[in-house]
Design a protein around this ligand. Sequence first.
Ligand code: GLU
Length: 480
Amino acid sequence: MKNCHSNPKNGYRIAPSPTGYVHLGTVATALVNSYLARQNGGRFYLRIEDTDSKRYVADAVAKMKDCFKYFGIEFAETYVQSERAEIYQKYAHDLVKQGKAYYCFCTEDDLSQMRATQVKNNEPTGYYGKYAKCRHLSAEEVQQRIQAGQPYVIRANFGYQDWGERIVFNDAGRGEIALLPQVNDPIILKANGLPPYNFAHVIDDTLMGTALVIRGEEWLISTAEHIQLCDLLGFPRLNYLHMPTINIEDNGKKRKLSKRKDPQALVMNLVDAGYPREAIFEYLLTIYNSDFELWRTANPSAPLTDFEFKISKIGTNNPLFDLPKFNDIAKNVWARYDHATVVKMFNAWDWQKLPNITPTIKNRLEAMLGVERGGERPRKDLIKLEDIPDLYSYMWDEIVVDGQDFDRNLLSAYAEIYDANDDKDTWWQKIKNMAPDKPTLRALTGQVRLAVTGKTNTPDLWAICRILGNDVVKARLTRW
Ligand code: GLU
């Protein structure tokens, strides 16, 4: 059994449940925690909350770890709750000994009958007051039932104490919050010997020395219960920060970003689409820190780790996932990279899934990724690698060109003199020599561009033609 008593209270953590793939909100929480750990000289650790076996997804832990690794999120420690059952059991049984918790043998049937009675009497449903039947079982009866092999859970005895009207705490992001106390006696140890989230959270964050529990705002209301459990256990209360959930606008209505409906909710979908991970970080910082954009504008090429994250700038409004904004950030992020970096990222990405990709096409694309890169005003066209077949369609052999309006004589005359070895000035001079005036010049370059690329607007035409080479360019200029 791992002893955590010695942990100083300087921990920051994420505590995902392995119920599927990693949610964008989890990466946001990880990002905030890693900033705070770095800024405060704290530890950053991972706790896998796998005590809910019903929701368990087989390869989720491995997938999660791969994802964190991909994002360069590193943990000083990793804990797995299912390996810590004995710790929770010890605390639960200690509470029983002190009369602060008790065995409950109520079956599903008992509980649904209880609820039916409560509903009929117009009373709040739950395990409280006179309905908390097992609260008053004698020690002998408990012994007998256990010996007879009756399954049981352990419930916290909240009726043991007067909690006052409100449980008040200071949320690091929201300020003072007053919540109604939990009046039900919650389960702290399930029949399978594992705790639900409420109990495991309080014990783990105490033993692991969490300085600030940063979690989604969906936990805000249950914080009363968590504080009550802390008090029951005689632990000092924990500090909390509840992060606003990322929303999305769906038919004019705001709702939570959903794993099932919104591909962008699962962060690996964004990675698979070929967004740079830095764009994901930047976007999350933009929505979770109101001064990040100003900082980025003032420090366009500074590493993200230079940014000072302030809790006070998180805000309490639900940020909206705004795709155009995210895409814009991605464009700026790509534009900051040099050619070698982009090629490396392209190779690390699953480029094999691009249609009809041959070694020749791949080489062309790698060269294309360097066109108009660097310099004062780098080209900002790339959003995600998945868009490459649309963006740079002309790097493939089969391109669609509508040749109706072409001046075929002019294009074949140009094909005669085109040479991919020409430097840019020579290339430009040759074009100019063929066009006596500005309108003709514009028409000629427009025709060449369209014939070679199928597009009216492209990056540097000279560079594109050089990548394609003499044979391809000439064939495209004279295909009629
Ligand atoms: N396992 C909880 C979740 O995935 C974690 C909440 C927390 O961070 O304490 O929502």
